[in-house]
Design a binder for this molecule. Structure first.
Ligand code: 5GP
Length: 206
């Protein structure tokens, strides 16, 4: 890691219930050189969520002010709340040489692809709709009609997976985590990421 070699950006999106958050937290535990960008949101914290760790929880006025001032790389309204990726937070992590994960929805993913074409898009898919339905029902947090609504939304989100670079099917957590890790490691070997090394090598006298 060096200041000359900023980290890669990985967008990770999925339909809700696909296990994205669990996968990302496992990935972070296993890779000290990967960080997740902490988003700003106007939604209320859930039990156990802490400001500055899971999200920066802010009011609507503060969020809108930040958006108007151009403080977000992307921002979107998801299920009635604002979510956004702050530019300063992202740049700080990248400049320290960390590979950065943006765990964001498909609307945000499209905005990032337009602003930063070098960002790598990864979409996590459930193995089947039947399994997704089972996982959503199994959470026990949503009424049956809410589960039905989420499943219909999931179809629309999954259709957006065609716009991503990589697809990981979450059949088995350990296997999906290994696939994610492989994608991240492979991107460290791209020409763009190794250009500094090549220049350094060619500048050597022999
Ligand atoms: P939750 O409220 O369950 O934490 O997240 C709801 C959805 O918002 C998830 O799909 C999550 O990935 C997405 N999300 C979280 N942070 C951001 C963000 O900064 N930007 C966008 N566009 N979506 C986000």
């Amino acid at each position: 890691m060096s200041a000359k070699n900023p980290g890669n950006i990985f967008i990770i999106s999925a339909a809700s219930g696909t296990g994205k958050t669990t996968l990302v937290s496992r990935l972070l535990s296993a890779h000290a050189d990967v960080r997740v960008s902490i988003s700003h949101t106007t939604r209320a914290p859930r039990e156990g969520e802490r400001h500055g760790e899971h999200y920066y929880f802010v009011g609507t006025a503060e969020f809108e002010e930040m958006a108007d001032a151009g403080g977000f790389l992307e921002h979107a309204n998801v299920f009635g709340n604002y979510y956004g990726t702050s530019l300063t937070g992202l740049k700080a992590l990248q400049n320290e040489g960390f590979d950065v994960i943006l765990e964001i929805d498909v609307q945000g993913a499209q905005q990032v692809r337009r602003a930063l074409p070098e960002a790598v898009g990864i979409f996590i898919l459930p193995p089947s709709f039947a399994e997704l339905a089972e996982r959503l029902r199994g959470r026990g947090t949503d009424a049956p009609e809410v589960v039905e609504k989420r499943l219909r939304q999931a179809r629309g989100e999954i259709e957006q997976s065609l716009l991503f670079d990589y697809i990981v099917v979450n059949r088995d957590l350990a296997e999906a985590e290994a696939q994610l890790g492989a994608i991240i490691r492979a991107h460290r070997q791209t020409l763009a990421r190794q250009q500094n090394f090549i220049e350094h090598l060619l500048s050597e006298n022999f």
